[in-house]
Ligand binder design. Sequence first.
Ligand SMILES: NC(=O)c1ccc[n+]([C@@H]2O[C@H](COP(=O)([O-])OP(=O)(O)OC[C@H]3O[C@@H](n4cnc5c(N)ncnc54)[C@H](OP(=O)(O)O)[C@@H]3O)[C@@H](O)[C@H]2O)c1
Length: 323
Amino acid sequence: MQNESKTIAVVGATGAQGGGLARAILADPSSGFAVRALTRDPNSDKARALADAGAEVVRADLGDPSSIEDAFVGAYGAFCVTFFWDHFSPEREKAEARTMAEAAREAGVKHAIWSTLEDTRLWCPLDDDRMPTLMGEYKVPHCDAKGEADAYFREAGVPTTFLLTSFYWDNFIHFGMGPTPGPDGRLGITFPMDDRALPGIAAEDIGRCALGIFKRPELIGQKLGIAGEHLTGDEMAAAFGRVLGQEVVYNAVPPEVYRSFGFPGAEDLGNMFQFKRDFNDDFRTSRSVEFSRELNPSLQSFDQWLQANQSRLSIPEPAGTSS
Ligand SMILES: NC(=O)c1ccc[n+]([C@@H]2O[C@H](COP(=O)([O-])OP(=O)(O)OC[C@H]3O[C@@H](n4cnc5c(N)ncnc54)[C@H](OP(=O)(O)O)[C@@H]3O)[C@@H](O)[C@H]2O)c1
């Protein structure tokens, strides 16, 4: 019964990671968990859809610590995530992580999941000039800030599983990374990864893996990585080619070229891809596809994700073919 279920307070419940977790719990009544969806706007369409599906929806804002404390009260678990690409500020990300860690401690949360990434400075210190230092104290700001924030959960004594996520394949839809025509008219995807494999995942599967973690309290204290597949640029391009029915090529550009592309976050992402390339063994070893499938038996492969999302890919027409 709902009122005997253990409540999971889900930060970002109207977004990709938290939304996947909220939907996974709502779709699995036998899990023994109930969803408390945190949102800044309970009246939004996404928040209403969660309420209609059985979630408790509460107003909370990471910029207002008391609202997070209130939202965590009485919760068994908390899914904690920050939103770097909304503001591009590692300092804000760290402050918001601290807010969640302290709220979880105050509320006596029994199991938190912190959606983190590597602090890349542990592999590539600031004085290592293979990639530029950004914002004075980071190599990959959106990763380093999350990794640094791991300490806040430990220091607060919160029983936490540290979840290392992977590149969302959804970036091919929402982040402008999908196939685009090159000067020769051929569709291409562009990364500075050389021939190294990139662990990737369907964003929806992150939340399903998180539910698998909440079901296994013995995973408290561990740092776990998840991925749906590890694929090279050529392998991803070939998969695109199969689903689109036309050739797609992989453009392996040097990281310094990617950093110079000029879009917001290009330097951060250029360094991120270079980190994944240069420390590929460590990065991949911490993201087991087999373990991810244990946590989430419906884990999608890239081909499955592409098939399911084909209609959402917006592929530009090659020059000269539109009417
Ligand atoms: N893209 C990738 O490949 C990738 C890979 C690994 C990790 N990540 C990380 O994933 C994180 C983003 O997670 P996501 O993709 O799940 O985010 P998302 O889909 O952009 O979801 C954002 C949700 O968070 C809520 N939100 C935003 N600001 C908030 C605030 N101040 N207080 C409370 N809620 C707030 C919003 O909900 P309301 O509007 O309803 O309040 C929004 O729906 C980033 O930090 C990124 O670095 C991304």
